[in-house]
Design a binder for this molecule. Structure first.
Ligand code: THU
Length: 139
């Protein structure tokens, strides 16, 4: 059951890549978040000429998911990317800022979730989000 769901989530992440606004880096990323209510929220990186103002695909998707469904737990996030030459980038792991946002979501919902990374032959690496950022900042 989980395998099929995660395959579907990976395909959703790949489809989200096509909506990236990555005119500066030409590196297009898509993310798809599976919520506890079955909703799938897609996001893609959105860049800006003033580069820090842009946002990674993972945070676009996670922030939208949490603002649309504030009481609903995040179950999983799949991530996919294409490089400047259009090739799929396998096993793309999230940046540090996205890991800190994931840590906040684990804290907020008292619930870990899976990070799903499609590999070169469509095999899926599944990583608990809680392992991605040891000792996250917290107050
Ligand atoms: N990016 C993401 O969207 N997610 C990642 O995990 C890594 C990087 C974006 C940020 C920027 O728009 C582009 O990829 C190049 O770094």
């Amino acid at each position: 059951m989980q395998d099929k769901t995660y395959d579907m989530l990976s395909r959703a992440a790949r489809s989200a890549v096509e909506n990236a606004y990555s005119v500066y880096s030409r590196f297009s990323v898509g993310a798809a978040v599976l919520m506890d209510n079955g909703e799938i929220i897609r996001g893609s990186n959105q860049e800006n000429v003033a580069s820090p103002s842009g946002l990674c695909a993972e945070r676009v998707a996670l922030f939208y998911a949490c603002s649309a469904y504030p009481g609903v737990r995040v179950r999983a996030i799949a991530i996919a990317a294409r490089d400047a030459s259009g090739r799929w980038v396998p096993d793309l792991t999230p940046c540090g800022a996205c890991r800190q946002v994931m840590a906040e979501i684990i804290h907020r919902y008292h619930s870990d979730f899976d990070v799903i990374l499609p590999g070169p032959r469509d095999e899926l690496t599944i990583i608990p989000a809680s392992t991605l950022l040891p000792a996250p900042f917290s107050v």
